[in-house]
Design a protein around this ligand. Structure first.
Ligand code: SAT
Ligand code: MN
Length: 580
């Protein structure tokens, strides 16, 4: 299974030979096919139809209770040299991984249908797009791939023309957590996933292809594959800016990408290009341009309501697949933070009166086509992508990181990105709320050694003198009583406005040891219930805490040894010196 230039047919034959499916179905991506697969899954009780009057064409899928999130400890990068995968990845030698997986896949599709899912990540006619074929024995995966990617005949035509594609082999296996692995072989452009039906482990176009494999390809070819939302911000004067923002999973990317400006911000508009992944390329003028490789959203459901994200709330009222939410008495989906009705059946299918814990799983998800988004930007389909003015990094941190600050220059911005830390969330199995380093929000998704990845980021300052400005934001600061200091959600627009003003050189800022901070008066707090002191603490740089932070960052960098780029170490020393 090593050659990357097999034809789709040759590869499918080879896999069919190994997995022994009862049927083979080549997906054409048509609406009819989608409907047929849904009908089949209703019959097989893989899906349940929700209230058709209030939630037309919406379905509930309950996954196995042990299979509800990404499994980072079972996710491997398989490169010949362990050092190429780096301390940021689990590593297995390609030979060992192939041996292990071959045994698992042997005969695993008996009595099942093998679906061939050709897909294109990015607009079908964009030079920046890349194709793949996922082979899966899950109809749930096939319909999710239809919503999340440009899937079907057009993608297959492009693959046949290009002669190359990323191969992804997936089987839900027997869902035994001890027989669950997600393997990546960057040099073979190959992904193998066994034993899970959950999104990030099973929809191989998403994290496995568009981030882990693509980040590796991007390093070879001089572009960037990032865990970033993409939005268009239009001012009341009609000026447009495009912003790319990296946050860890379940930290509000979808909400920011779909932000509805509050009444006080009259005339401002936000449109979504993407909510999770961006591929960025320098064009011939040195401008960084971005596409969203996906065409749908796989978003966190709990907490979605008309106040936090009205666009999403409306978007998921029809033609949506829900995974692991609860039900109310009207057979409508229900989740924590939805409304004041009561759930009746929890995500496991048990009665809520007899089973404790949250009714909807904290990582329950919706899948919808991006076009259903009320603030969808048609530029998401533009093969040329959008020109990026600003890159934002952020994490979920109750302390330390100010509301917003700006890097002194690109190289300093790379240090800021590399230093991102965030509290863990329910998007991955394991403890929640533990602060960990999550450079560029790519900790679970970078397909190669982070030290080389930072070097790759740094190389951009040699290639262009018109790169985007880099910023860091933190919406999640809390006081000692656990109260959020910043209202977040729609009000985050106020921070985006400062960011754009900085990009346009229209507002002064204070140079501090960690970067440029806003003067308090330059953040619009009109109509906000936020006093001057709170704003000051949101914008303060506590030197003691930052010295500790930089020390911790130094320890973290040591894990990467002398592979850490000199320019990054130099930026780190500079900040320490400036902190005094
Ligand atoms: O599970 S996914 O990786 O698809 C979503 C996420 O964790 O960001
Ligand atoms: Mn994500």
């Amino acid at each position: 299974m090593t050659s990357t230039n097999k034809t789709p047919q040759q590869w499918v034959d080879e896999i069919a030979n190994l997995t022994k499916p009862a049927h083979i179905h080549w997906c054409d991506g048509s609406d009819q096919e989608y409907d047929d697969l849904i009908q089949q899954m209703l019959k097989d009780e893989v899906l349940q139809k929700l209230n058709d009057a209030t939630y037309p064409n919406c379905y509930l899928h309950r996954s196995d209770p042990t299979d509800v999130a990404r499994v980072e400890h079972l996710t491997f990068v398989c490169t010949p040299e362990e050092s190429a995968a780096g301390p940021n990845n689990h590593w297995m030698s390609p030979a060992d991984a192939h041996g292990k997986m071959e045994k698992l896949f042997e005969g695993c599709m008996q009595d099942r249908t093998l679906y061939v899912v050709p897909y294109c990540m990015g607009p079908i006619d964009s030079p920046y797009s890349r194709c793949g074929i996922e082979i899966t024995d899950s109809a749930y995966v096939a319909v999710n791939m239809k919503l999340m990617t440009r899937m079907g005949t057009e993608a297959l035509n492009r693959i046949e023309k290009e002669g190359t594609f990323v191969r992804g082999l997936h089987s839900t296996g027997d869902l035994d957590p001890d027989r669950r692995f997600i393997m990546h072989y960057p040099e073979e452009l190959l992904i193998q996933s066994f034993g899970s039906g959950y999104g990030g482990n099973a929809l191989l176009g998403k994290k496995c292809h568009a981030l882990r494999i693509a980040s590796w390809q991007a390093q070879q070819e001089g572009w960037l594959a990032e865990h970033m939302l993409l939005l268009e911000l239009e001012s009341p004067q009609g000026e447009k800016h495009y912003i790319a923002a990296a946050f860890p999973s379940a930290c509000g990317k979808t909400n920011l990408a779909m932000l509805i400006p509050p009444e006080s911000q009259e005339g401002w508009k936000i449109r979504t290009i993407g909510d999770d992944i961006a591929w960025l390329h320098l064009d011939e003028t040195g401008q960084l341009r971005a596409i969203n490789p996906e065409s749908g959203y796989f978003g966190v459901v709990p907490g979605t309501n008309t106040k936090t994200n009205r666009n999403a709330f409306e978007m998921i009222r029809h033609d949506a697949i829900y995974t692991n939410v609860a039900l109310n008495e009207n057979n409508e989906p229900w989740w924590e933070g939805k409304d004041d009705q009561l759930p009746v059946t929890n995500w496991k299918g048990n009665s809520c009166s007899e089973d404790d814990g949250p009714a909807a799983h904290p990582n329950s998800r919706f899948t919808v086509a991006a076009r259903q988004n009320p603030c969808y930007s048609p530029l998401a389909d533009d093969p040329a992508g959008v020109p990026v003015s600003a890159i934002i990094f952020g994490g979920r941190r109750r302390e330390l990181a100010p509301l917003v600050y700006q890097a002194l220059d690109w190289d300093h911005g790379v240090l800021i990105g590399a230093s991102v830390a965030s509290e863990t969330t329910a998007a991955a199995t394991g403890a929640v709320g533990i602060t960990r380093r999550d450079p560029m929000a790519m900790k679970p998704f970078c397909g190669y050694n982070f030290a080389d990845y930072w070097g790759h980021w740094l190389s951009f300052s040699d290639k262009s003198d018109r790169l985007p400005e880099i910023f860091h934001v933190n919406w999640f600061r809390q006081d000692e009583n656990g109260r959020f200091l910043w209202p977040g959600f729609g009000e985050n627009l106020r921070v985006l406005r400062w960011i754009i003003e900085r990009c346009e050189n229209r507002v002064e800022a204070q140079e501090t040891a960690i970067g440029y901070l806003p003067n308090a008066a330059d953040i619009d707090t009109n109509d906000l219930d936020i006093d001057h002191q709170t704003l000051e603490s949101l914008l303060a740089v506590d030197h003691d805490s930052w010295r500790q932070e930089m020390k911790a960052m130094g320890e973290y960098l040591k894990e990467y040894g002398d592979r850490v780029p000199a320019k990054l170490a130099e930026q780190h020393r500079r900040v320490i010196k400036a902190l005094g």
